[in-house]
Design a protein around this ligand. Sequence first.
Ligand code: SF4
Length: 335
Amino acid sequence: MTPRRRIIPVFIPHMGCPNDCVFCNQRTISGSLRPVKPEDVHRVLEEARSACADAELAFYGGSFTAVPEEEQRALLAAAQPFRESGFLTSIRVSTRPDAVTAEKLRLLKDFGTDTVELGAQSMDDGVLRLCGRGHTASDTVRAAALVRDAGMQLVLQMMTGLPGADPKSDLRTGELLAGLGPDGVRIYPTVILRGTALERLWREGKYKAHTVRAAVSVCAPIAVLFQEAGIPILRLGLNPTEALSGGEAIGGAYHPALGELVYGKLYLERARTAIRALPRIPPRLTLLVAENRVSRMTGLGGANLLTLRWEFGLEEVRVRGCAFPAETVAIDSKL
Ligand code: SF4
């Protein structure tokens, strides 16, 4: 089989972070707190070379542009032989909005970095303050413009259900981030991780957990607004890991298939609308969706089909994939 292009993540846990944000525990998310060295970068790229034809290197889990410049240079320099050989086609870094300057972006570009992911998290300054982020929404606006001016790809990360946030402020964050014209977004509903300040706030009754159900309902309209703006959602929900599933996620919106729950909800809504628009609801029907959207329409464990049968008194509902545009649902009354 032809090896495929892969994203090679290198986690730089908390490197460059001036403090710990209340919700963050990179040991749990990235599996380690050991600072990353240039030889680690070299090793993972060397290993990847035997597994795929070309790759993208991604520095995640810290504030890359806030790491001392010499360390940034050393980490990026370790990747250069792989760029020169053509194996590494791009590099991306994740960082804080207040750690972005034109000069820092120039350094990244000199080493072939083409994408910057900004942890915006919220565009509500009150929420940012309660989370101990140490930056404001205007830092995100400024940093996004600098990334754009530098001719780099911009990815924005946001969270829902943070301390002080509500569905309205989360939706507003989505709107404001969409207005910055990113090339992609990541949405992370808040999970309470063991050992964080958020765990303490939650145990003291000062923070109400963002449940999976609440996250699905808050994220559904946010996902629609990004879809309608043509902005790809690169990730919805934390990547499931053994640590998270094994008890490190002690509350909040952790679900290994959170994105599928959100997208399933959107398809359920679209099917409801299509069924209601029928002049007469038949006892059996088939939902027509794009080939690669059948599972979203079906819902986890067939939940959407059960709901539709129950709500509309249907005897049978099926889903069929066909050459349809994504996000469209039509009805075939002949089962
Ligand atoms: S959320 Fe980002 S900036 Fe905050 S502590 Fe974690 S890695 Fe650092």
